[in-house]
Design a protein around this ligand. Sequence first.
Ligand code: NAD
Length: 300
Amino acid sequence: MRDQDILVGFVGLGNMGWPMARNLATGGIRLVVADAKDGVAEAFAAETGAIPAASLQELAHAAAVIILMLPNGDIVREVLLGDNGIAPHTNTGNLVIDMSSCDPVGTQEIGKALAEHGVEMLDAPVSGGVKRAVTGELAIMIGGEQGLYERVKPLLDLMGNKVFRAGPLGAGHAIKALNNYVSAAGLVAAADAVRIAARFGIAPGDAIDILNASSGRNNSTEVKFHQFILSETYNSGFSLSLMAKDIGIALEMAKEKGSFAPLLTQCLNLWREAGDHLPPDTDHTGIFKYLQERDGSGVR
Ligand code: NAD
């Protein structure tokens, strides 16, 4: 898979896709790239030496392995199986790796449709945010056949340093959605604690420092509160709408299997309310502003 003759296609050069693809290029992988936004593929090519594809069909013809880093499963389906999509134009035996965060049932359907074109698929969503996408230290969770996973592991190792095979196709997307639910619930729990603490005369920064030295710490207290929330920059690079999408997937999974998940239901309602209330491009850390407003606490 590190063979210099293999051309890897990369579709979706956004907040995450750009640094992930750049790490592939830096690692010596020859890339052909595409993005729906005008000029993005060309800008990426100018920075890295990749080839900008004139169309998805051109990318499909050229690349033996195609990586997707797109907003959601509907867009993935359209890019792969739509009228102008990849599947009819890619060669038998080729492999699609969907690194976007999508719903596992949809992924299994897409995998079946791709198999009819002789194309194999892995789901390989990531965790770690833009910061770890830049440093190549993402966690990557794989769904799909062990043999396929082993084939592309060297490629994945250029983007992440904790790579797990979670199970069959869709398992990566399943555990990713559940991870983001736990992350989203942890952020809200810490946000509640900080606002309540302030009413007891505890400064927000002190509250976070104390949680971080104690059993209440989580990824949001350790990585997000000082940097993005208490600084009021709200610029982690992961949008609130994408987080709400992931929690929605987790709830659909619970419903599909008949699992009792009361906190998950409430968590999704809260994130959706915040999304309805805040501007559409709000960063997910901006939920703190919404909670402040609801609370009337004005914590700074
Ligand atoms: P983003 O919106 O920044 O990037 C998505 C890119 O896909 C954009 O450049 C967009 O132009 C492109 N795109 C959209 N539709 C397209 C199409 N039809 N054809 C080609 N390109 C198209 O999103 P992101 O933050 O990079 O997230 C990408 C995925 O990774 C999402 O599924 C998200 O949930 C997941 N994710 C994000 C983060 C994060 O911190 N941002 C972390 C882990 C996982």
